[in-house]
Structures are given as structure tokens and as C-alpha cells.
Design a protein. Structure first.
Length: 466
């Protein structure tokens, strides 16, 4: 990518403008005074939202979509090299920016805060945004106030950004302070080894300014990477020299934040899971550095209900609760199932869609082991997204390795998975649809089928457990 032609608001064209990340950036740029246009493959409710905000968004790609006055073209890693607008921009000599470069530009007008790590970035970014009260934010999942996106243009001085390591684009950001939650090997098409992941996070923290701060989550690898930070480090967790730690009764989402200086802050968190309490602790540790009143920041988290596709309720019927979650890595699956257990269901029934052949090839055995924490694990075929199919990497292969006592079921398609859920589920169960692909559509279908089942006037078949 080439760098910006000029700093400050100007006319930009965004390819893939209706996507989850790009739509939020488009709204932020519009709020910042940019003239914004762009295209997406198909019509969608998001394009209507963008148009209502004064953004020239159209469905369908083409060289003619690139306005004569466009000063920059903005793309994500997902945009193919042969895209006609990208080709036209290069023909006309228009600078091409990665989405992270536009994000860095928007952050430059505020005091930047970045949240990095393999897991929990979106949730922690949203928590930090909530704790600060009036910050701007650009998060990789829908958040409150984002008009269906993860973007909010606030009135305060801070700008909270989720820092994406999947394509190394976090290195384009220049935050004043940051959170590094954890280090793990997730994006196998980008990183050959865990050591390469460590290297990119070390490079990220090494770029922080000397008068900034790095908050580090309770993860050994993250603490090791923090050694490269040129600034003060605040460690979260039960380790020597930590800034704060979580004190939490088993199963309770609320917790006490115990600080090394003796302060004890009640945090009325409502979202379940120890991992969410630790995420909140990291957010509060940085909010404290930003000058927020820590007790007030903690109280703001009482209204935090999560972000899109993270323990996202889809509904309940026939005595069964259905929740959707983005978990697609073994660590995320374990944390999500543990959080589901805190809701005290009779059983946890997971429908898991493996995401990408590269990830499933590398982590198949660990995915299966993590799914063993469920009572029933229904596994679909692999969601291909941007990768070609690999006959040697299948959902069946994952299902066959799920350990007992969990009951494993292989259901190739989402339709098969829905049928499998209906055959397995009982009153009192909690159903988790999990994965980073199109499995997110399954939850509402399951609720509909359960509603029809319980409302047909006959005996509820679910009332007789198998």
C-alpha cells in the first residue's frame, strides 16, 4: 500500500464499504469531515445505514464507481488484486491505503489507545470505550451506539482501537498506550509459527512512546512480550508486581478489582466468564491511567452487555436457551463453554463450525479437545471463507476426536446441524452456536423451530429426555 497523499479530511473511496470493519470506519471518517463513498458486492441494510449518514455507498463494483475527485482508495486485506476500482486507482495514480492506515489517520486527531492480543480484543475494546464514558472507538464487532457497527465518534479526547494482528496491520497504528491481552497462534495463513506471532506483538509494544503505558493481561507470553516495551507496564493477574488482580466468587460475573496500592473497586459486571472479568480488569487498568475515576469507570461497566457475536442471546423456547458466539479457536471455545456453564444449564449443547482449512489443519486435535467440555458437540464441515477446500481437513475429523464423556455428532451442513440439535436437545439445555463463519444464522432458525415445537398444542416432545 502507498501512504496517504495528505493528512486530514478529504475525499476517500472505500472498497467493501458494507463490511463489518469498513462500514464502521466509513462512519468515523464521515464524522471526522471526510467525503466518503464506496462500494460493496451486494445491497444490504448496512448500505442503507451508510447512505442515511451521507455516504455515497453503492452495490456493485466497477471502475466507474471511483469518483473523479477521490484522493485515496481504502481497502482491506480481503480485497482481491483484480478488483476494478483498485485497478482504476492504480491507473490514475490515486494512493491506496489499507484500512488500518485510515484508522491511524483518524486516531491521529485524538489520543490513541489500542487493544491487542489473540483473543478478547473486541470485548476489551468495547469495555474500555464504556469505562471511559465519552471516547471514540473502532472495534471489530458491533457495540452500543455504533449504529450496527463497532464505531463511535465520541466527544472526549480518547480514541479506542482494536489492533488486528491477523495481517500484521496493528503495526500501522501509533497509539499513546495499549493493552496486550494474550499471545496465541491463530492465523496460520499469516504466521508459520507461534514465535512469529510473538515477534509481531513485541514489535507492536516496542513502538509505544516512553511516556505511555502498556497494560498486560494474565498471560505468560504477553508478559514476556512486555519486556520490549519502552514505557511503564501494568500487569493484571496474580503475579509478582501486578498492578491489579481479579477477586471473584465462582460463577459470579461481578468481581472486586484489588489494586496493589490497596484500593478495592467493586465491578458490577453482568457478562459471565472469568475471561470477561480479566478483560474488564485490563480495561479498567488503562482507564485509570487515562485519568478516569476508577469507581465511576467500574460502575459504567454495569450496563455493558457484550459485543456482537460474543455470548449473543438468540432467544429461548421450549425450555431451551440459544446463544451465538464467535469462538473459533480452542482457547476461545474453552472460555465460552466455561462462561455458559456459569448460567447453570442442565446441559451445554455446542454446534461448532470449524473456520478455515489452515486453522483446522493446525488445531484440529485441540479444537476437538476443547469441545469435549460440552455435553453434546455437533460439528459441521469447515467454513472455507477465503481458502480452498482440503479433502484431508474436515469437520468429521474434528468430531471423531472429541473426547468422552461428550457426545459428538458430525452434521455436514447447517441444515443437518439444525436437525441434530432438535434430535438432541432437552428442556433446561443451553445451545451454543459457535464459529467465525455463517453459523451465526443458525441461532434464530433454532429458536423458531423450538417455538413451533412448543406451541403446536400437542405434548412437547422435549419433555421426555432421551
Amino acid at each position: 500500500m502507498s501512504g496517504p497523499a495528505a493528512a486530514g479530511p478529504r475525499s476517500i473511496h472505500m472498497v467493501g464499504i458494507g463490511g463489518a470493519g469498513m462500514s464502521g470506519l466509513a462512519l468515523l471518517a464521515r464524522e471526522a469531515g471526510y467525503a466518503v463513498g464506496g462500494t460493496d458486492r451486494d445491497e444490504s441494510p448496512m448500505l442503507d445505514t451508510l447512505r442515511r449518514a451521507g455516504i455515497a455507498a453503492r452495490a456493485g463494483h466497477g471502475a466507474d464507481a471511483l469518483a473523479p475527485g477521490a484522493a485515496a482508495l481504502v481497502v482491506s486485506t480481503a480485497i482481491a488484486a483484480e478488483n476494478p476500482e483498485l485497478a482504476e486507482a492504480r491507473r490514475r495514480g490515486i494512493p491506496v491505503l489499507h484500512r488500518s492506515e485510515l484508522l491511524a489517520e483518524l486516531m491521529a486527531g485524538r489520543r490513541g489507545l489500542a487493544v491487542a492480543g489473540a483473543h478478547g480484543k473486541s470485548t476489551t475494546s468495547a469495555m474500555l470505550h464504556a469505562a471511559l464514558g465519552d471516547s471514540s472507538a473502532c472495534v471489530g464487532a458491533t457495540i452500543a451506539g455504533g449504529r450496527g457497527t463497532g464505531a463511535v465518534w465520541g466527544t472526549g479526547p480518547w480514541f479506542v482501537a482494536e489492533a488486528d494482528e491477523s495481517d500484521r496491520s496493528l503495526l500501522n497504528l501509533a497509539p499513546e498506550a495499549a493493552i496486550l491481552l494474550n499471545v496465541d497462534h491463530d492465523h496460520h495463513a499469516t504466521y508459520a509459527t507461534l514465535e512469529e506471532v510473538r515477534e509481531v506483538f513485541r514489535a507492536f509494544v516496542a513502538r509505544l512512546p516512553a511516556d505511555g503505558v502498556l497494560v498486560v493481561g494474565p498471560d505468560e507470553d504477553a508478559r514476556a512480550c512486555a519486556a520490549d516495551a519502552p514505557c511503564a507496564v501494568r500487569r493484571v493477574g496474580d503475579v509478582e508486581g501486578s498492578f491489579c488482580r481479579v477477586e471473584r466468587a465462582p460463577g459470579s460475573p461481578a468481581f472486586t478489582l484489588a489494586l496493589a496500592d490497596g484500593r478495592r473497586i467493586a465491578v458490577p459486571l453482568a457478562v459471565t466468564g472469568l475471561h470477561n472479568a480479566e478483560n474488564a480488569a485490563c480495561a479498567l487498568a488503562l482507564a485509570d491511567w487515562c485519568g478516569a475515576d476508577l469507581e465511576e469507570a467500574a460502575r459504567r461497566l454495569a450496563g455493558f452487555t457484550g459485543v456482537g457475536r460474543r455470548m449473543d442471546p438468540r432467544g429461548a423456547a421450549a425450555g431451551v436457551e440459544v446463544i451465538d458466539d464467535y469462538a473459533h479457536h480452542p482457547a476461545e471455545i474453552r472460555a465460552t463453554i466455561a462462561a455458559a456453564r456459569e448460567r447453570d444449564p442442565a446441559r451445554v449443547v455446542v454446534v461448532f463450525q470449524p473456520h478455515l482449512p489452515s486453522r483446522t489443519r493446525a488445531l484440529g486435535a485441540e479444537l476437538a479437545e476443547a469441545l469435549g467440555a460440552a455435553d453434546v458437540a455437533i460439528v459441521t464441515d469447515v467454513y472455507l471463507a477465503r481458502e480452498p477446500a482440503d479433502p484431508a481437513v474436515t469437520g468429521r475429523g474434528v468430531a471423531e476426536r472429541v473426547p468422552v464423556p461428550a457426545r459428538a455428532v458430525y452434521a455436514p451442513s447447517l441444515a443437518d446441524a439444525a436437525d441434530a440439535v432438535m434430535a438432541e436437545v432437552r428442556p433446561g439445555d443451553l445451545v451454543l452456536t459457535m464459529g467465525a463463519g455463517d453459523i451465526t444464522s443458525l441461532g434464530k432458525e433454532l429458536v423458531g423451530r423450538l417455538e413451533r415445537l412448543s406451541g403446536d398444542g400437542d405434548r412437547d416432545p422435549l419433555s421426555d429426555p432421551a
